[in-house]
Ligand binder design. Structure first.
Ligand SMILES: [Zn+2]
Length: 353
């Protein structure tokens, strides 16, 4: 999607919330003018292995060791009889902090306090899908201006439809083009108590990309301390690579692409959206949006549908079979995040009502 010269403010988000037989399904979200793609959020950031700097693109995955915790999000006792998560009238998913005189006190996507008079309670759900980036943090950029945030959200929506058709309940952490902090994404997931979480991303340049090859350089980051996360990662890798390999592209890849753990110096999961969720969680970098030949493929509905159905199939296998998957890389990758993304500095909230 082409960049616009619009101001940074988001237009009103319009969504429908469909509740079908107890299954939560968010659909029909439309966003007005996109925020500008220049300026904050796209500053130089350290690449995935902390080595060379990749200019003008996001790191491909939000680190969170530099992002402050938000203890109020963990204080479920303060909820009383209020629901843990609601969808606002504008379609934004927000954690509830408690009841207020007007309705609910909630945490906004940027991490601010707000009150809303109405919200549709949701959860628990079988699956949480987390579309990476959004708002002024658009992530990786394609050569023609495609943004990772838009592609990730489109695929998450399609995967939600595919999962719902299989009978699984699904919620998205982000339902339109706005920024949402990592602690907020994780809190929504933890409060919805899913059986699994997948954070959906597309990759950007890296210093040690190997020669282009005939199969995708898909990477799936799993939780170091969770065998379930490892199994989920194997299934996601197996289904995604099989689904994407049919497309005609010269795929970029790192030499250690596969199912792997990305850890910091302390041995913790480097990425907050992998480390913070209580459920088995993985972060998938489906393909390289920054690679021109891949960007052409990623721009097609066929690719996005195939990626979405592969994610849905992997989740269905994880939740209802003992399948193990493939693509496991023994050696963890070391990464100490320092990029200031996934936090609340300069964040502009979407309208909640
Ligand atoms: Zn990303």
């Amino acid at each position: 999607m082409a960049a616009t010269s619009a101001s940074g403010s988001l237009e009103r988000v319009i969504c429908r919330v469909l509740l079908v037989a107890g299954v939560v399904f968010l659909a029909g979200c439309a966003v007005g003018e996109r925020p500008t793609l220049t300026g904050e959020g796209l500053d130089d950031v350290e690449s995935l292995d902390g080595g060379a700097v990749a200019a003008t693109v996001g790191a491909g995955a939000e680190p969170a060791t530099t992002v402050a915790d938000d203890p109020a999000l963990d204080d479920l006792a303060a909820l009383g009889d209020a629901p843990a998560v609601v969808v606002t009238s504008t379609g934004v998913v927000v954690p509830v902090l408690g009841r207020s005189e007007a309705g609910y006190a909630v945490r906004t996507p940027c991490g601010n306090d707000a009150e809303i008079v109405w919200g549709q309670p949701i959860g628990p759900v079988d699956v949480v899908l987390d579309p990476g980036h959004g708002g002024d943090e658009q992530g990786a950029l394609g050569p023609s201006g495609q943004t990772e945030a838009e592609v990730n959200l489109d695929i998450a929506r399609r995967a939600a439809v595919a999962l719902e058709q299989r009978g699984f309940s699904v919620a998205l952490t982000r339902t339109a083009d706005y920024r949402i902090t990592i602690p907020n994404r994780a809190a929504i997931a933890n409060r919805l108590a899913p059986g699994a979480l997948i954070s959906i991303h597309h990759n950007s340049p890296s210093p040690d990309i190997s020669e282009e090859r005939s199969t995708p350089g898909t990477e799936v980051y799993t939780q170091v301390a969770s065998e379930d996360s490892t199994r989920l990662g194997g299934l996601v890798y197996e289904d995604v690579v099989a689904a994407l390999s049919v497309f005609d592209a010269e795929w970029a890849s790192r030499t250690d692409a596969g199912v792997l753990r990305v850890v910091n110096d302390s041995g913790q999961d480097a990425y907050g959206i992998v480390r913070r969720p209580e459920a088995p969680a993985v972060l998938v970098e489906l393909a390289y949006l920054s690679n021109p030949t891949e960007a052409v493929v990623i721009g097609t509905g066929e690719y996005r549908q195939a990626a979405a159905e592969a994610i849905a199939n992997a989740l269905a296998r994880f939740l209802s079979t003992a399948d193990v998957g493939a693509g496991f890389v023994a050696e963890p990758r070391l990464f100490n995040p320092s990029a200031d993304t996934g936090g609340s500095d300069g964040c502009v909230d979407p309208l909640l009502s």
